[in-house]
Write a protein that binds this ligand. Structure first.
Ligand SMILES: CC(C)(COP(=O)(O)OP(=O)(O)OC[C@H]1O[C@@H](n2cnc3c(N)ncnc32)[C@H](O)[C@@H]1OP(=O)(O)O)[C@@H](O)C(=O)NCCC(=O)NCCS
Length: 217
């Protein structure tokens, strides 16, 4: 029996679960050969939305092939949990909604989540454990690092570089860059919901507004 774990049973985990279930049932013909469940680090293990909930220790101690994805927006938790689980022998799996669109010549790292109605166009490179929430897109020639998070409806236009751990809030729009001058969203930067990003953002800086600036906060 293969076990597929969604780590995190918060709002995002409960949104991602049906997407993962749909993806797995469409590719695996015998539903009795795998189980998809929630894994939590702490707290209640009552079933959620018809799925078993087990602790991280139970999951890591279980026999057989085990796969996981971390549906937690916080990049520090995502990195810590993914590293611990991989060291313990679990394998990351990506969750790609069947109605997301991935056009041509893209590289997408392990453990990613592409929610319903997301689009990755062409020649895009994305690192590991990326989250693209509903209706977000990444356009041509973008380079996205590891543990990057997009809220819903993020518009990331072409030739943008987004470094590791960056968080892009709901409805943000990032202007397209150029080969000689890409827009760079620095490591760990936060772009607030609704921001219109017209220039690069420094690492570990939060920007909001139109045009997006740190001093609007
Ligand atoms: C930018 C953000 C990270 C700031 O969070 P925060 O540090 O907790 O900020 P606060 O809520 O304390 O707000 C500080 C001030 O900034 C303003 N502000 C917050 N977010 C803003 C935004 N996106 N655009 C414009 N102003 C914003 C607040 O109104 C407040 O103004 P005030 O000081 O005049 O009252 C957060 O508001 C945000 O946009 N997060 C993304 C949310 C999201 O997309 N979630 C997706 C869930 S799936």
């Amino acid at each position: 029996m293969e076990i597929f774990a969604i780590v995190g049973a918060g709002g995002f985990g409960r949104e991602v679960m049906p997407v993962a279930k749909d993806m797995l049932t469409s590719t695996k013909h015998n539903a009795s050969t795998f189980e998809i469940l929630f894994v939590v680090e702490y707290g209640d293990t009552k079933p959620i939305n018809g799925h078993r909930v087990i602790t991280a220790n139970e999951f890591l101690a279980s026999k057989g092939e085990k796969y996981f994805n971390v549906a937690i927006a916080d990049y520090k938790a995502r990195e810590r949990i993914s590293k611990t689980f991989i060291e313990s022998g679990a394998l990351p799996f990506s969750i790609i909604s069947r109605n997301s669109v991935c056009m041509s010549s893209n590289e997408i790292g392990e453990g990613s989540i592409l929610c319903p109605f997301t689009t990755i166009t062409s020649n895009v490179k994305i690192g590991k454990f990326f989250h693209a929430n509903i209706y977000s897109y990444v356009a041509h020639d973008c380079k996205i690092g590891d543990y990057v998070t997009f809220g819903p409806n993020v518009h990331c236009n072409g030739r943008v570089i987004i470094e590791d751990y960056a968080y892009i809030g709901t409805g943000a729009i990032i202007k397209d860059g150029s080969d000689s001058k890409p827009i760079i969203i620095g490591k760990g930067a936060v772009v607030g919901m609704g921001a219109v990003v017209t220039k690069s953002v420094a690492s570990f800086t939060t920007v909001v507004g139109n045009p997006a600036l740190p001093n609007h906060l």
